[in-house]
Design a binder for this molecule. Structure first.
Ligand code: HEM
Length: 455
């Protein structure tokens, strides 16, 4: 599209990095600082090399609109980050592309319709109640609670229940440990551009194979359980297992089923769990905001548990979640491969290169956010949202590849926070918010160990 104007385009500025490896050392040392420093020093379009890969960090919302919406076909998932992810998630909804992706997306969509999500409220609150019971005991003993782990367990049970009709209770600890291991290795492999298949007889590769095999066993047991039950349960699993291809009349094979189920389990729990984990930390660090939240919960709920019908009145609770997702977007970096030459912000974006974009960085863009490091849920009043650039806030990405689970996640996070914050006041043992640890998602270092006092 830009060949006619490309001679007038500028070369984007950026850090030179080290010969051959480019900026790999800086990314390995501290990814978030690297991204922020690159944006602050070089601006909305910055160029660097990650090993052999020419990459452009695009931080202005106009650039994101071009990549994610206007010229979306030019920015594909043929990027090395997805090649590595495919080793775990296969060809599921996050990693697949083209007509195949579109067919799978249409197939899964009904499971995320508003009415289906509305039916989940009671289950979400019931699951949160088991957390509340544990926290009440911890409060009585004045012991520390590892919030990160608690939220992971809770959201995994909820997504398993909502989409696959299984509560994953027995598998919880194993799934958690294996996801953790793979998550660490995925990030390391990407940051070192290690594209080799994990087939060596080393301890590192063996740990990977062991973890993927353990997750496969969980997924295949979900499939086997449903086959033995038979019938249409009206959930995502039934949609995936029972739908026949319009052309061939065939059903999805077990490998594809495995990829879709594993993708949903991964995509559908860690993201919401880290959001809630940061929410607890931020509330503890900002007592004035916690007090305002509690005032809303006292007014709207009093002494009862929340229901779906309360959501329109839990506006401040939702604004807290929105603001947590601004400061700590779980998916803090995304990348695309550039198919044909393009121009963004007056800079040349050549075919074959990569674009990176970081919700973490764009959510701190000073042209769109006042005092960006401040935790301030008031940024999300409907009036202020209406006047903001749509691509300045992209925790769920945007355009056709936007998160399929965004309403699910927001409903879930709002109900969980409302139910638990009504009863518990969080406190950080040393009063300080932990540093962010950028793995696949943006987790707090130390998993957010806190005291939860009964209110
Ligand atoms: C706060 C919670 C969540 C956040 C921040 C989040 C964020 C994202 C982002 C940024 C993407 C785009 C990924 C890419 O371009 O590669 C995405 C895609 C996706 N998310 Fe989420 N997500 C959340 C919750 C969920 C939940 C609860 C589910 C399922 C139950 C889910 C399922 C998916 C799937 C399947 C995709 C791929 C969609 C496609 O490409 O068609 N997510 N999510």
């Amino acid at each position: 599209m830009t060949t006619a104007v490309s001679t007038t385009l500028r070369q984007a500025p950026g850090p030179r990095g080290t010969p051959l490896i480019g900026v790999i050392p800086a990314i390995r040392r501290d990814t978030l600082s690297f991204l922020m420093a690159t944006f602050r020093t070089y601006g909305d379009v910055a160029h660097y090399r990650i090993g052999p890969l020419n990459s452009y960090l695009i931080s202005h919302p106009d650039g994101l609109r071009r990549i994610l919406q206007e010229h979306v076909r030019n920015y594909t998932k043929d990027h090395v980050s997805y090649s590595i992810l495919r080793r775990v998630a296969g060809n599921g909804l996050v990693t697949s592309q083209g007509d195949f992706w579109l067919r799978q997306r249409r197939l899964a969509q009904p499971a995320f319709h508003r009415q289906r999500i509305a039916a989940l409220g009671e289950m979400i609150v019931a699951r949160s109640e088991s957390v509340a019971e544990r926290w009440a005991q911890a409060a009585a003993a004045a012991s520390i609670v590892t919030i990160g782990e608690e939220m992971m367990g809770l959201t995994l049970q909820i997504v398993g229940n909502a989409l696959f009709g299984t509560d994953m209770h027995a598998e919880l600890a194993g799934v958690h440990d294996n996801f953790n291991l793979l998550s660490k290795q995925l990030v390391e492999r990407f940051r070192t551009m290690n594209l080799l298949p994990p087939l060596l007889p080393t301890r590192y590769d063996r740990a990977w194979r062991h973890a993927t095999a353990a997750l496969d066993r969980v997924v295949y047991s979900i499939i086997a359980q449903r086959r033995s039950q038979g019938g249409d349960h009206g959930d995502l699993l039934s949609m995936l297992m029972l739908t026949e291809d319009a052309d061939t009349g065939e059903r999805m094979d077990d490998t594809q089923l495995r990829d879709e189920i594993l993708t949903m389990l991964v995509a559908g729990h860690e993201t919401t769990a880290t959001t809630l984990t940061w929410a607890w930390g931020l509330l503890a660090a900002h007592p004035e905001i916690a007090a305002k939240l509690q005032a809303e919960l006292d007014t709207v709920l009093g002494a009862r548990a929340p229901t779906m019908a309360d959501l329109p009145n839990l506006r401040y609770t939702r604004m807290v979640i929105d603001e947590v997702l601004r400061l700590y977007p779980p998916i803090y970096i995304l990348s695309r491969k550039v198919i044909a030459d393009d121009a963004i912000g007056g800079y040349r974006i050549p075919a074959g290169s990569a674009t990176d974009f970081s919700p973490y960085v764009t959510h701190r863009h000073p042209a769109f956010w006042d005092d960006p490091e401040r935790f301030d849920p008031e940024r999300f009043t409907p009036e202020r949202v209406a006047t903001r650039h749509k691509f300045a806030y992209i925790p769920f990405s945007s355009g056709p590849r936007m998160c399929i689970g965004n309403s699910f996640a927001l409903t879930e996070a709002t109900l969980i926070l409302a139910h638990l914050a009504r009863r518990f006041a969080p406190a950080l043992p040393d009063g300080k918010l932990p540093a962010a640890l950028p793995l696949i998602t943006l987790r707090p270092a130390g998993d957010m160990a806190m005291r939860m006092a009964l209110r």
